[in-house]
Design a protein around this ligand. Structure first.
Ligand code: KIV
Length: 283
């Protein structure tokens, strides 16, 4: 039987020798969570990518704590073996520590085992307050999609010496503040390697090359559920969009031609009731 993945297990993963890299995939609902868990991933991220891949927004800024809590609860109801990590939405951890704690508690009560938040040194007071309240925190540095306006778009970060050194410094500070793991997004592979070397918790990369302690991708990207143009770091393992559209076209054609429903797909009355109804001029 596969054991339930826990925050300490993820934290200690780095220290263990010869272990496989960690695998994290997003999920936003019960069927998705079941698929991801059955595939044996270590962590399920209820990401704020929900905004773009499920709710149809252009960036991640539109989702609320209620949205993430709603989807976290759906994922958690499946009782996955994987650790469920819920994303703190934009503006849910920026205003005050009280507000941050209340919002994080809502996600933990919805069923998350940990929360993730974006940003560097500016987040330290919030991270410290969360950790002091026993809420495990995964950090997220590099390309932080909630900073889309400040960054001027979704751009690879830490491409010059100063930015690379600042990133390493920020990662160390986040870990010192208590983060049990760090997502490194959209940074050169060499910089991700420097961060991974510099911290004693597992780094989980997305668009950050092969030297991280684990990798994360978005469910809809891995399975090809959307036709959108994907960033170069995504590998698509299936074309569920194509398969799904083909199946739906077949269904539509069968309905229009009268092929669906077939006799075996229909409920019927017993002969006696059918005869009786005829007496009433029906059937
Ligand atoms: O929201 C999300 O899916 C994420 C991953 C891209 C790491 O934050």
């Amino acid at each position: 039987m596969v054991k339930k993945m826990t925050v300490p297990a993820i934290r200690d993963h780095k220290a263990a020798q010869g272990v496989d890299p960690l695998v994290m995939v997003t999920a936003y609902d019960a069927p998705g969570a079941r698929m991801v868990d059955e595939a044996g991933v270590d962590m399920i991220l209820v990401g704020d990518s929900l905004a773009m891949v499920v709710l149809g927004y252009e960036n991640t800024l539109q989702v609320t704590v209620d949205d993430i809590a709603h989807h976290t609860a759906a994922v958690a109801r499946t009782k996955p073996q994987a650790l469920v990590v819920a994303d703190m939405p934009w503006m849910s951890y920026h205003v005050s520590t009280e507000d941050t704690l209340r919002n994080a508690a809502q996600l933990i009560r919805a069923g998350a085992g940990a929360i993730k938040l974006e940003g560097g040194r500016r987040r330290l007071p919030m991270i410290e307050a969360l950790v002091a309240a026993e809420i495990p925190v995964m950090g997220h540095v590099g390309l932080t999609p909630q900073s889309v306006h400040a960054m001027g778009g979704f751009k690879v970060q830490a491409r010059n010496t100063k930015a690379a050194l600042d990133l390493v410094d920020a990662a160390k500070a986040l870990v010192h503040a208590g983060c049990f793991s760090l997502v490194l997004e959209g940074v050169p592979a060499e910089v991700a390697a420097m961060v991974t070397e510099a911290v004693d918790v597992s780094t989980i990369g997305i668009g950050a090359g092969p030297h991280c302690d684990g990798q994360v991708l978005v469910f809809h990207d891995v399975l090809g559920i959307e036709k959108r143009v994907l960033p170069k770091f995504v590998r698509r393992y299936a074309d569920l969009h194509g398969t799904g559209v083909a199946a739906l076209k077949e269904f539509a054609a069968d309905v229009r031609s009268g092929e669906f429903p077939a006799p075996q797909e229909v409920y019927g009355l017993c002969d006696e009731v059918a005869e009786e109804l005829k007496l009433y001029g029906m059937g």
